[in-house]
Design a protein around this ligand. Structure first.
Ligand code: KE4
Length: 430
């Protein structure tokens, strides 16, 4: 059955896969278009089955920091696969990746591998509850930590009240233990701690938010958060699924100088293969089975082929630190292009960036939390998105995601992207 076009495959897939996709954002619903079906990718380019080539700024939502199909990573995957794809038994590769993580991230003395960011967050929350013997947790509005029940929660009537489910199928009893506060809101944070600090097992934070678009932490907010969690014996969990090895080799915690109790990893540490991990101080991590009473397990955890991809990816990043400077420079050029195009054509554009992760919001306001992020003009974003896709620029099909650059994006890509930003912005107000 030779299916020819993306549209044809999409229509067929929708009959047997919910929405035709295996992760909702890929269905392009928030931009009202049909998604291109991807055939292959190489370096900074991604190719769909209709013969189109794009410069890719999704990068599989973060993992592809070296660029797609990086030769040494592919080689490592092939070599590992030829030795067998899974044993359900310990392998040296798990030690190797754990060793790189523990050396790269100062707050991590021990680490456990799992197969996704969601699984890592879910396990980290259970660990924090087991360690503190407390049930309640605090998250921040606009931060996404995967789809485990306790994290698919939104604020009840007020930040102090119990959370309410943010998805069908999440029992109220799961949601009620999750409180929600506003990102960068120090006053609210202090109030919550004064009221329920002693009941909190953990606070979980994206140290740079990537799921309401990119929103940077204010330094005073990070400082107070660390002080309050220490004061009340609450574990600070930094969700570095996106920022780990993205904003710096030591993650956002090294970039901003904040030491969490538990760190969650994903994306880049798997080099494009399914890997998640959580780690922290030895006394906390030794609560995890089989050493301690907090159970967690996984058939494909530490999978040798996935480990091989992660090891090679992190080795290349570790041994070539100038990759981060180059990524920052490329990111700065795109940031400047958005600002200049906004000024030139009278389009209200506000850009948040750290290194190679950035978002352009269609608003005149500084975007510093969920409220200001959702105040941006999503209709204008839809026009912008369609224009960029037309130009052969592949960005996330949502205002509330991040743009990711890779080491493979070259000057030609950057120049073409800048040209496209200018061209698309010139049409936005018409
Ligand atoms: P996964 O279970 O998707 O591997 O990781 C969940 C997760 C946890 N924490 C953060 C900060 C995350 O951003 C994610 C997943 N990110 C989304 C996009 N922002 C993945 C894309 C998708 O859902 O298809």
């Amino acid at each position: 059955m030779a299916l020819k076009s993306s549209l044809e495959v999409f229509e067929k897939s929708k009959e047997i896969i919910p929405g035709g996709v295996n992760s909702p954002v890929r269905a392009y619903r928030s931009v009202g278009l049909n998604p291109p079906y991807i055939k292959k990718a190489k370096g900074s380019k991604i190719f769909d089955i209709d013969g189109n080539t794009y410069i890719d700024y999704v990068g599989s939502w973060g993992p592809m920091i070296l660029g797609h199909a990086f030769p040494e990573v592919i080689e490592a995957i092939k070599e590992a696969a030829e030795c067998g794809t899974s044993f359900g038994a310990p392998t040296e590769k798990e030690f190797e990746l754990a060793d790189i993580l523990c050396h790269a991230v100062p707050s991590v003395e021990m680490v456990r591998m799992v197969s996704s960011g969601t699984e890592a967050v879910m396990s980290a929350i259970r660990l924090a509850r087991g360690y503190t013997r407390r049930d309640r947790i605090l998250k921040f509005e606009g931060c996404y930590h995967g789809h485990s029940d306790g994290l698919l929660v939104k604020a009840g009537s007020g930040a102090l009240t119990t959370g309410v489910p943010d998805s069908a199928g999440v029992p109220y009893d799961y949601a009620k233990n999750t409180l929600t506060a506003s990102y960068n809101n120090i006053e609210e944070l202090i109030h919550i701690f004064s009221e329920v600090g002693n009941e909190l097992a953990a606070v979980i934070l994206e140290p740079v938010a990537g799921n309401m678009g990119v929103v940077l932490p204010e330094l005073e907010f990070l400082k107070i958060l660390r002080e309050k969690t220490e004061e009340y014996g609450v574990l600070l969990i930094l969700d570095e699924v996106i920022t780990g090895f993205r904003v710096a080799f030591g993650g956002a915690q090294s970039y901003y100088g904040i030491l969490p109790d538990i760190t969650v990893f994903g994306k880049i540490i798997g080099g494009g293969m399914p890997v998640g991990a959580y780690g922290g101080r030895r006394e906390i991590m030794e609560m995890i089975s089989p050493v301690g009473p907090v159970y967690q397990a996984g058939t494909l955890s530490g999978n040798p082929v996935a480990m091989a991809a992660g090891i090679k990816t992190l080795q290349i990043l570790r041994d070539n630190p100038d990759i981060y400077n180059a990524l920052d420079k490329k990111g700065a050029r795109l940031e400047k292009a958005f600002i200049e195009a906004g000024d030139r054509y009278g389009v209200p554009a506000s850009v948040n960036r750290v290194g190679s992760m950035l978002s352009a919001f269609f608003t005149g306001d500084k975007v510093r939390d969920f409220k200001t992020a959702t105040g941006s003009d999503t209709h204008m974003f839809k026009k912008y998105f369609a224009g960029m896709l037309e130009e052969g620029i592949y960005i996330a099909p949502s205002q509330f995601e991040a743009m990711f650059l890779s080491a493979a994006h070259d000057d030609k890509d950057t120049e073409k992207t800048i040209e496209s930003i200018d061209k698309v912005f010139s049409q936005l107000k018409k």
